[in-house]
Design a protein around this ligand. Structure first.
Ligand SMILES: *[C@@H]1O[C@H](CO)[C@@H](O)[C@H](O)[C@H]1NC(C)=O
Ligand SMILES: *[C@@H]1O[C@H](CO)[C@@H](O)[C@H](O)[C@H]1NC(C)=O
Ligand SMILES: *[C@@H]1O[C@H](CO)[C@@H](O)[C@H](O)[C@H]1NC(C)=O
Length: 833
């Protein structure tokens, strides 16, 4: 028993070493770079080559290191690495060849706390008369006596035991009575601090797992006047059973504080925070995200994405960190948690709110990525918890901010009985044990596995007893597997009105077998849509089993002209389905007005349990240009329009075969170009050259033979003009062919589905598929052959400008990320509501 603190001490010492670099960061006079290095690269040599100081590894992210140097306006690392790549062809070696990618860090506004917005006028007229149920009061007394609970506000903590609306609580008392109180489980509250000197939190405070990334010190003590959010969340999880305020739902769990929301921050620090002490911090409770204003469409930067993947792969001794996110409080503004890249990540458990009457509160966001809900403010009350100060309590904590930590605390109870649960086991258990609420409203639909799902309530509310019982006998699921469709090109205007534009993709049994995928958990759809008013769009995904995910919804305030740019939507609605059959995507522009748009392309990914555990692999770290890469790897039936080089006479027509979806397990390992990093593309002329080759070698579409241009030698003769003509004919014929084929297959459907699988030519041909990264790549190609160019500098300036306006801080990140609306550039400190 005495061992645990000792272990903590030792470990604390170790983690302390890892983050020594953090202390003493000086953003006023220094620049910081994160470099992703090859395994055998030597940080010290790279540092001295570039005149940098090696600060240390970036948290627990393999191969990532932080370097510093005195402040300069330009990106000296990028410049140097680029310079080096240009000379690489000379054949010599250089320590800089070990740099896979470089990310100059910029201070940006922190994510926003999910503060509860004021209710709409007249929502709660007067106070209800709440008469406690006599039997429930008896029961409450019994429980308190039995467990020795004498916390003064326990009576107000209706979310733990509700004697008024009986049954509207997290159903935890019998779990406690069975002895399960969160022992040996640790929840890290990633927020604006944690008052470790509160007498209610002190007994369970876990110092070694805590850190202040805003003020770069070991103790995440609240310092700003509104640094109260994290402390209140922490109280819900782990307030001690004593004579101060109330108790946490897991009152014997450990609570750590990780402070990131109180000041400007870099992506590097946020990434490090998400992996902080991940051997001992089991659960990361996150009640924050991009603004819930119904206009933002923002995802974490690449370093943070990598950190979260790293967390589920390596955290908790490889069982996976459990990330719990609040769904968001923007429901009144028609915000939807699928427009938030944290809540719609497959690695996070997204938790929405219900109020003490079991109703959907006005603020809680809906989406197909929401797994469960739990209690929070609404119907005239809120969550009663601990506050900043030695003996301070608070009775007004609310919003989905208060729901997420409550769920996190309940997951801690499950970890006490089953510390071996993986991050995916926890999602299964939450889904499996959730209890549907308010079945009359909330658009419930029965799923394939007999569960009810609602976009408003997810699979229902968390029931602690049911969840812990489910955990006790849970059989761990096999490792994750996944299947990726190729990019599916549409390039069609979206008709206004309810009908929409529908496209399909058929998944066969063989494809999933090949992908080692047995049954589904998450489904993601990455898509590109151009539209002059993004908020007019909505998207439904319909599975082969006819289960519907509203993966995107209209948003009245979203006037962005950016459309969807490689945006990934997520759904948990298809959990348990086989995935085999026809998947349909319907894109609607249901608001009839002058604003209109075009559906460019999409890409379906199915995630789930593997068939054969021994064949499972770990998903490689993401790169920002993965989607673009996919275009290249999965095909190329069409010429890259930028290439005016003659086709390779030896080229073979690989189109037909490569059109087969590039699925798992091999898929994510990229072709020779890189098993490396996106920024290889950023700095890599070599990468650009490699792509050219790909495009060249497979550039004759398979359909061309029909038109007498079968031999590439002939193509040679025609010369480049002839080629263009041939290509155009081919393209037309292809369209015609596909349209016809579609009509034959689906005489009633007037949609089109064009698995052209190659769009590198697309952007050159015009408006279609103009993705930032492809544009960039063209620039690089130019760069590769011509050396430094004004073009490039211009791009860079654009990028720099962009970076200031967004929270991007790495050069590879701006690619493919939705441009943030202006709102975000003004997202400054103190703006939190
Ligand atoms: C709540 O817990 C009790 C045991 O205390 C259990 O009998 C009941 O089934 C639980 N509620 C639900 C909905 O599972
Ligand atoms: C607590 O957890 C650690 C691993 O995190 C484990 O080694 C230890 O046995 C656990 N202790 C108890 C009492 O469950
Ligand atoms: C799902 O909802 C239907 C009513 O809509 C209900 O009859 C059924 O029992 C529910 N199933 C579960 C598992 O809650």
């Amino acid at each position: 028993m005495k061992l645990a603190p000792l272990v903590s001490l030792v470990v604390g010492g170790l983690t302390g070493l890892g983050t020594a670099a953090l202390q003493g960061r000086d953003f006023n006079s220094n620049d910081y770079y994160v470099l992703h290095l090859e395994r055998d690269a030597q940080p010290d040599l790279i540092a001295s080559r570039l005149g940098l100081k090696h600060e240390g590894p970036l948290g627990r992210l393999p191969g990532h290191h932080i370097f510093s140097t005195s402040k300069a306006s330009d990106d000296i690392v990028r410049r140097a690495v680029q310079e080096r790549r240009r000379k690489r062809s000379l054949g010599n070696t250089d320590v800089l060849d070990g740099v896979k990618s470089s990310h100059k860090q910029k201070l940006r506004a922190p994510m926003q706390k999910r503060v509860i917005p004021p209710p709409p006028a007249g929502l709660y007229p007067g106070k209800r008369e709440d008469k406690p149920d006599a039997k429930a009061v008896e029961r409450q007394k019994f429980v308190m006596g039995k467990l020795g609970i004498s916390d003064p506000i326990f009576h107000e903590q209706w979310h733990l035991f509700n004697p008024v609306q009986v049954g509207h609580d997290v159903n935890v008392t019998d779990v406690w009575l069975s002895g399960v109180t969160g022992k040996n489980a640790t929840v890290a509250i990633v927020d604006d601090g944690l008052d470790m000197y509160s007498n209610d939190l002190k007994p369970n405070y876990y110092a070694a797992g805590s850190y202040d990334f805003n003020d770069q010190r070991p103790e995440p003590r609240p310092t700003l006047s509104d640094d109260r959010h994290g402390t209140r969340c922490a109280g819900e999880v782990g307030a001690a059973k004593n004579d101060v305020c109330g108790i946490g739902v897991a009152y014997d769990s450990k609570i750590a504080g990780i402070r990131i929301l109180s000041k400007l921050i870099t992506d590097a620090d946020e990434a490090e925070a998400m992996n902080y002490d991940f051997d001992h911090n089991d659960i990361y409770s996150c009640s924050w995200g991009p603004p819930d204003d119904g206009q933002s469409m923002d995802a974490p930067g690449i370093l943070i994405k990598r950190a979260m993947l790293n967390g589920v792969q390596k955290g908790r001794a490889n069982k996976g960190s459990i990330y719990v996110f609040a769904s968001g409080n923007g429901a009144q503004s028609e915000d939807n948690c699928n427009f938030d890249g944290y809540t719609n990540s497959i690695y996070s458990i997204t938790v929405g709110a219900i109020d003490r009457q079991g109703l959907h509160p006005y603020y809680s966001e809906k989406c197909s990525a929401q797994l469960v809900v739990t209690y929070s403010s609404g119907s005239g009350d809120a969550i009663h918890t601990t506050d900043v100060g030695e003996n301070q309590c608070y009775n007004g904590h609310g919003g989905t901010s208060a729901a997420a930590p409550l769920a996190a605390g309940i997951f801690a109870l499950a970890l006490e009985v089953r510390p071996d649960l993986s991050w995916r086991d926890m999602q299964y258990i939450a889904m499996q044990s959730a209890v549907p609420v308010d079945l009359d409203t909330g658009d419930w639909q029965q799923t394939t596995i007999g569960k009810n799902f609602s976009h408003t309530f997810g699979y229902g509310k968390v029931d602690s007893y049911a969840l812990v019982e489910t955990a006790k006998t849970w059989k761990n699921v096999k490792p994750q597997a996944w299947f990726y469709s190729p990019w599916l090109h549409v390039n069609k205007d979206i008709p206004q009105g309810d009908k929409g534009l529908s496209v399909t993709f058929e998944v066969t049994k063989e494809m999933l077998k090949e992908a080692n995928l047995e049954r589904l958990e998450h489904v993601t759809v990455t898509m590109n849509v151009e539209h002059t008013r993004r908020g007019d769009l909505s998207v439904d995904l319909i599975s082969p089993d006819n289960i519907v995910s509203h993966i995107s919804a209209t948003r009245k305030h979203d006037v962005s002209k950016e459309g969807y740019k490689d945006w990934t939507f997520m759904s948990v609605v298809h959990w348990g389905e086989s995935g085999v059959g026809k998947w349909t995507l319907i894109v609607r522009d249901s608001i009839v007005n002058d604003d209109s748009g075009k559906f460019i392309d999409w890409h379906l990914k199915l995630w789930g349990e593997s068939i054969d555990a021994s064949k499972a692999t770990l998903l490689p770290m993401p790169n920002e240009d993965d989607d673009a890469d996919h275009d290249v790897t999965s095909t190329a039936t069409l010429p890259a329009a930028t290439t005016s080089l003659p086709p390779n006479p030896d080229a073979t027509n690989t189109a037909a075969t490569t059109a087969v979806p590039s699925d798992h397990p091999e898929r994510p390992i990229k072709p020779s170009k890189t098993a490396s990093d996106s920024v290889a593309a950023e700095t890599g002329t070599e990468a650009a050259a490699a792509e050219t080759t790909t495009a060249e070698s497979s550039w004759l579409p398979s359909f061309l033979p029909t038109f007498g241009v079968s031999s590439s030698t002939q193509a040679w003769i025609y010369g480049s003009l002839g080629l263009i003509v041939a290509f155009c004919c081919g393209l037309g014929a292809w369209f015609w062919f596909m349209r016809r084929k579609q009509r034959l297959n689906n005489p009633r459907d007037d949609y089109e589905f064009e698995p052209l699988n190659a769009d590198d030519g697309g952007d050159g041909l015009g408006a279609a598929g103009e993705k930032g990264n492809q544009r960039r790549r063209a620039g690089e190609l130019y760069d590769a052959f011509a050396g430094g160019s004004e073009d490039e500098d211009e791009n860079e300036m654009e990028r720099d400008h962009f970076d200031i306006a967004s929270r991007d801080d790495s050069d590879d990140e701006d690619e493919g990320r939705a441009v943030k609306n202006e709102k975000q550039s003004s997202r400054l400190l103190g703006e939190e509501r």
